[in-house]
Design a protein around this ligand. Structure first.
Ligand code: ADP
Ligand code: MG
Length: 701
C-alpha cells in the first residue's frame, strides 16, 4: 500500500543516522517520515525579492537584504556584551546586533564581506537594526530548494547540536518529499475536496513545506486546517451518535417529594428565567430515553449550583443515586456544606468523599454507595477512582474548571450498571469555538442571565503608589459591615517566593488592620484541608473581615457578604483567572468592587488584560479575548482534553473553518451515519487508523 512508505522509521531517511533519529524522537516525537512531514514550518522567509535599507519601515515582517559588513565591534560587558556590525547597501546603513553565540558569529561575520541577511527589522532610537539576523555569504546564497518562501521550522537547542536547525530540518523534508513523490495518500473524499475547493493532501503537504508562491501556501494551509478540524469533529460527532444508539438512557419520569419539598419550601429565591429554561432542558433530556451529556455554561455567579442540586433531586426522586464532582477539596467541601444547608430539615442523606476522607469513613461510604443507601455524594476526583462503585448512579454532575476531558467523562460511564446522565458545568464561560472542540460531543445549555438585583462589579486598576488609598477604602467597606478578599498569586515555578510574598502581605494586612478591631483569615494551598476549611468557615460566618489567600479561593467559593476583591500582582494572572476571582464578589445585593493592584512595569499583554477587566464584566467577552491573547493551548487544562493537539488550526482565528468543518461532518453523518458509502471509505479507513491509536475509544464502539 502506498501509504506504508510514510510509516518508514525516520532512521531510514537519507541524512538521518542513529543519533539524529534519536534526537528527533526525543525532541519532537518524530518517529516516522509522516511524523516529520507533520512538523510544519511556523513561518516563511520571503525570498521572492531583496529589499533595500532605504525601503525599510516599522511595519515590515521578515525581509531579506543584500549588502556589505563595513565595521564590527564588541560593545558592553558582562550580560550586556554584544557584537554590533554595520551593514550597508547603496541606499543606507543599519546595525546588526548579536547577544548570544558571539564567538561563532565574530568568526563568521567578516568586515568587507557581502552577505544576505534575513530578519524582522526593528527601530531603536530612530535607527534601523536587526537583532540576531540569519546570515549567509552572498556568494553562497543560491536557490537550494525550489521555493520562493523559505520555510522556518521550530527547532531546539538539542536538535541544533545535531545540525537540525531550521535549515537542517528543511533538508530532511526535502529528502522525504523527493522519496515519496506521488505517494501521500488522500484522507478526504474527492467530493468533499471539490465541494470545499481544497487541494489534494499531497499538494497541500508539498506546498506547506515548499510553497511556490503565497497563494499556493494559503491553499495548502487552508486544506490542512480544515482536515485537522474535520477529523476532530468527525470523532466527536461519530461517537456521540454511537453513544446515543448504544446507551439506553435512564428515564426520570416523575417529579417527586424531594424535588417538590425543596422547590416549594427550601429554595430561598425565585429562579431566573434562564435557570428555569435550563432546568427544562435537563428535564427533557432525562425523559427522552437517551443518555444526557450536557454542558452547562454560565458566568460566575449565574447560579449553576442550585440547578445541579435540583437535577440531582430529580434523579433521587426516581430512585437513582446522584453525585457531584468538584475540582478542588475546598470547593467540594463548600458544595457539601451549602448543599447540606439547603437541604436542612429534609430527609436526605449526603456524603462527602475527597482525598483526605479517612479510611474508616471511606469504607462506610463505599458500602452505602454499593448497597444504594447513600443517595447523594459530593466529592473531588476521588469520586472516579476505580474503587468507587454505585449501585444505581443516575446522574453525575461535574463542576469543573476546564479540567475534565472526554476520557475522564467516560470513566463515569463505568461507575454503575447503567450509564448515568452527565451534566458538566464550566466554572467560567468558554468561547464557542473552544466549546465546539473540547466539548463538541455535548449538548449545550447557557445561563445567560444573572439573578435579579445584582449590581455590576466596579473594577479599577491601581498601582503601588495608590496602596494607602486602597487600604483606606477597605476600612470604609469593613466599617459598613462588608468583607474583603486579598488574593496573591502562587505560581508553581516561583512557589517559595510567592509564599513569602503571601506571608509578607498577610503581615502587612495584620499591621494595617490590627486586632481586636479586625480579624484576618489566611488560606493557601499548603495548608491542611481541615485548616483551610476552618478558616473559610470563620470568614463565611463573618468572624473575620479580611481573607488573605492564594488562588485556592478562585473557584466557586461563595460568601455573599464579601464585597471587595483585591488582587495583588494582578498582572501575573491570566484573564479567566482574574474573572473567576472577581466572581467571588458581587454575589449579594450590595455594590461590589474589584481592585487590580500591579507594579509599574506592565507588558503589552498584561495591559490588555487589565483594560479588559476594567471595561467589562461579561464572561463570554473575556473568554474570547483570553483565547485571542493566549491561544487555546495555554488555556487552563485544555491540553489534557486531548482535543487540542492542533498543529495549524487556531481556534481564535479559524472560527469560520471550524464551523464549516462541523457542518460538513453533521451533513455527512446525517446521510451516512456508519460511513458505509463507498465514497466515504477513505474517511473510515483514516478514522479507524486514528482510532487504533486512541485505545480508549475502542472500548465504547
Ligand atoms: P455559579 O454559577 O458561579 O456556580 P452559584 O451557583 O455559586 O454560581 O450562585 C451564586 C450565588 O447566587 C449563590 O449565593 C446562590 O445562592 C445565588 N443564587 C443562585 N440563583 C439565584 C437566584 N435565582 N436568585 C438569587 N440568588 C441566586
Ligand atoms: Mg459554581
Amino acid at each position: 500500500m502506498a501509504s506504508q512508505i510514510l510509516l518508514t522509521p525516520v532512521d531510514y531517511l537519507k541524512g538521518v543516522g542513529p543519533s539524529r533519529a534519536d534526537v528527533l524522537k526525543k525532541e519532537l516525537s518524530v518517529f516516522t517520515w509522516e511524523d516529520l512531514l507533520l512538523h510544519y514550518p511556523f513561518r516563511y522567509i520571503d525570498k521572492t525579492r531583496f529589499y533595500t535599507i532605504g525601503e525599510i519601515n516599522a511595519d515590515m515582517q521578515y525581509i531579506q537584504l543584500a549588502g556589505t559588513v563595513t565595521h564590527k565591534e564588541m560593545a558592553g560587558s558582562g550580560r550586556s556584551k554584544r557584537l554590533v556590525a554595520r551593514f550597508e547597501d547603496e541606499t543606507g546603513r543599519m546595525e546588526l546586533i548579536w547577544f548570544r553565540g558571539l564567538k561563532w558569529i565574530d568568526g563568521y561575520v567578516k568586515t568587507g564581506q557581502r552577505y544576505v541577511v534575513f530578519e524582522k527589522p526593528t527601530f531603536y532610537n530612530g535607527k534601523v537594526s536587526m537583532v540576531h539576523p540569519e546570515m549567509e555569504l552572498l556568494s553562497e546564497n543560491k536557490k537550494e530548494f525550489n521555493t520562493s518562501l523559505q520555510p522556518v521550522y521550530p527547532s531546539t537547542e538539542k536538535l541544533k547540536k545535531f545540525a537540525l536547525d531550521s535549515k537542517g530540518i528543511m533538508r530532511l523534508q526535502h529528502a522525504i518529499l523527493a522519496e515519496v513523490s506521488g505517494e501521500i495518500p488522500e484522507t478526504l473524499p474527492a467530493y468533499l475536496l471539490e465541494k470545499h475547493r481544497l487541494p489534494s493532501k499531497g499538494e497541500a503537504i508539498r506546498h506547506v513545506h515548499f510553497p511556490p508562491n503565497e497563494q499556493a501556501l494559503n491553499r495548502a494551509i487552508a486544506r490542512l486546517k480544515f482536515e485537522e478540524l474535520f477529523f476532530i469533529q468527525l470523532k466527536l460527532l461519530y461517537y456521540k451518535q454511537v453513544r446515543t444508539r448504544r446507551f439506553k438512557g435512564i428515564v426520570f419520569d416523575k417529579v417527586g417529594d424531594q424535588f417538590n419539598t425543596f422547590y416549594n419550601e427550601k429554595l430561598p429565591f425565585e429562579l431566573t428565567g434562564a435557570q428555569k429554561r435550563v432546568l427544562k432542558e435537563i428535564r427533557k433530556d432525562t425523559l427522552s430515553g437517551f443518555q444526557m451529556n450536557r454542558l452547562l455554561q454560565g458566568d460566575v455567579g449565574s447560579g449553576k449550583t442550585v440547578i445541579a442540586l435540583m437535577s440531582m433531586l430529580l434523579a433521587i426522586d426516581n430512585g437513582w443515586q446522584a453525585c457531584m464532582m468538584a475540582p478542588t477539596e475546598l470547593l467540594a467541601m463548600q458544595h457539601f456544606n451549602s448543599v447540606k444547608k439547603l437541604l436542612e430539615g429534609m430527609d436526605l442523606q449526603a456524603g462527602l468523599l475527597t482525598g483526605s476522607t479517612p479510611m474508616s469513613e471511606r469504607k462506610v461510604i463505599f458500602e452505602q454507595l454499593e448497597n444504594g443507601t447513600l443517595p447523594l455524594l459530593i466529592g473531588t476526583h476521588a469520586l472516579i477512582e476505580e474503587s468507587v462503585q454505585f449501585r444505581q448512579l443516575g446522574l453525575a454532575v461535574v463542576d469543573e474548571q476546564h479540567r475534565f476531558g472526554v476520557e475522564q467523562r467516560a470513566k463515569l460511564w463505568k461507575k454503575s450498571r447503567q450509564v448515568p446522565h452527565v451534566l458538566v458545568m464550566t466554572a467560567t464561560p468558554i468561547p464557542r469555538t473552544l466549546a465546539m472542540t473540547v466539548y463538541g460531543d455535548l449538548d449545550v445549555s447557557v445561563i445567560d442571565e444573572l439573578p435579579a438585583g445584582r449590581k455590576p462589579i466596579i473594577t479599577t486598576h491601581r498601582y503601588e503608589s495608590g496602596r494607602l488609598r486602597v487600604l483606606g477604602f477597605l476600612k470604609e467597606e469593613i466599617a459598613r459591615g462588608r468583607q474583603v478578599y486579598i488574593v496573591y498569586p502562587l505560581i508553581e515555578e516561583s512557589e517559595k517566593l510567592d509564599l513569602l510574598n503571601l506571608m509578607e502581605g498577610y503581615d502587612q494586612i495584620v499591621r494595617a488592620f490590627p486586632r481586636p478591631q479586625y480579624q484576618v483569615s489566611i488560606v493557601h494551598g499548603k495548608m491542611k484541608p481541615a485548616e483551610k476549611d476552618f478558616e473559610m468557615q470563620r470568614f463565611l460566618k463573618g468572624e473575620t473581615q479580611l481573607m488573605v489567600a492564594t488562588t485556592v479561593i478562585e473557584v466557586g467559593v461563595d460568601v455573599p457578604n464579601a464585597s471587595v476583591m483585591v488582587i495583588e500582582n494582578s498582572e501575573r494572572f491570566g484573564l479567566s483567572q482574574l474573572h473567576q476571582l472577581r466572581g467571588r464578589v458581587g454575589r449579594g445585593a450590595e455594590q461590589s468592587y474589584c481592585i487590580l493592584m500591579t507594579g509599574n512595569k506592565l507588558s503589552k499583554e498584561a495591559k490588555v488584560r487589565l483594560e479588559t477587566m476594567v471595561r467589562t464584566n461579561d464572561g463570554f467577552e473575556i473568554a474570547e479575548t483570553d483565547l485571542k491573547l493566549r491561544g487555546p493551548g495555554d488555556l487552563q487544562g485544555t491540553r489534557q482534553s486531548g482535543m487540542l493537539d492542533l498543529r495549524l488550526a487556531n481556534l481564535a482565528k479559524d472560527q469560520q473553518i471550524l464551523r464549516e468543518a462541523r457542518e460538513c461532518v453533521q451533513e455527512l453523518l446525517g446521510e451516512d451515519p456508519e460511513l458505509t458509502l463507498p465514497e466515504n471509505q477513505v474517511l473510515k479507513n483514516f478514522f479507524l487508523q486514528q482510532h487504533k491509536k486512541a485505545a480508549f475509544w475502542e472500548k465504547i464502539s
